[in-house]
Design a protein around this ligand. Structure first.
Ligand code: ARG
Length: 251
């Protein structure tokens, strides 16, 4: 918690010092700079030198709609919103859940998908919030999973990892009793591990959105209208179907 508060204070300070690129400036340059993590399959993944994943494909479709080329940047998850407030890129798409705390530091677009944080464990392991009492849990640092696992009454040791995939590995190697992560990531993990782990209860729900620097309303407006178009013209449904076999928009 202390770390989260410090980071947000730092963000708030930085937000007042630099000037984000407005829509007009971006449009004129012809290129939009987008940041993601690249280690959060199937949403944003760096495969060799190529970024892929649902959010990468969606962001590229939005940029195309806006008539812009894309320049990608990758950052550890925990640094993404800090870099945004340092004007290192125009927006972030990295599965950030909209939280009141984050909304103090950045501005969020309309949500680009709805999901939740779910428990995954080996057979016989914890499957519900109540089961987590006294159990060790792996989560990615700086995430809503950490925030919400902390709220579980009696939860045992919480181990944080810079990358979500490392938190999953801790479960697989038996260093923890459970992993809490995205519902859809969990479904993929269960499939990939062929029954070695099972998905349990949804601990919480969240709406996921893109983030722009606080006050960059001209860019936000364009992003929202491009997202709206994609939701209405079949582009979104097609991309979502490609990665999830279903439409994961908020309803
Ligand atoms: N949805 C979670 C959150 O809002 C996790 C996001 C993790 N994203 C990533 N690119 N690793 O904190």
């Amino acid at each position: 918690m202390k770390r989260a508060i410090l980071t947000l204070t730092a963000l708030a300070l930085l937000a007042t010092t630099a000037q984000a690129r407005s829509w007009d400036e971006i449009k004129q340059s012809g290129t939009i700079k987008i940041a993601t993590e690249g280690a959060f399959p199937p949403f944003n993944v760096l495969e060799g030198k190529k970024l892929t994943g649902f959010e990468v494909t969606l962001a590229e479709a939005l940029a195309k709609e806006l008539g812009l080329k894309v320049e990608w940047a990758t950052q550890p998850f925990d640094n993404l919103l800090i870099g945004l407030n340092q004007d290192r890129y125009d927006f972030v798409i990295a599965s950030h859940g909209i939280t009141p705390q984050r909304a103090k530091a950045v501005d969020f677009s309309n949500p680009h998908y709805c999901t939740g944080g779910a428990i995954v464990a080996k057979p016989g392991g914890p499957m519900t919030a109540a089961d987590l009492a006294g159990k060790s849990v792996a989560v990615q640092v700086g995430t809503t999973y950490l925030e919400n696992v902390r709220k579980v009454a009696g939860v045992g040791d919480i181990k944080t990892f810079p990358k979500d995939t490392d938190a999953q590995a801790a479960l697989m190697s038996g260093r923890v009793d459970a992993w809490v992560g995205d519902k859809f990531t969990g479904i993929d993990l269960v499939k990939a591990q062929k029954g070695k782990v099972k998905q349990g209860a949804l601990l919480f729900k969240e709406s996921i959105a893109m983030a722009v620097k606080k006050g960059n309303s001209s860019l936000l407006k364009e992003l929202n209208s491009a997202l709206d178009k994609s939701l209405n013209n079949g582009t979104y449904a097609k991309i979502s179907g490609q990665y999830f076999g279903q439409d994961i928009r908020c309803r």
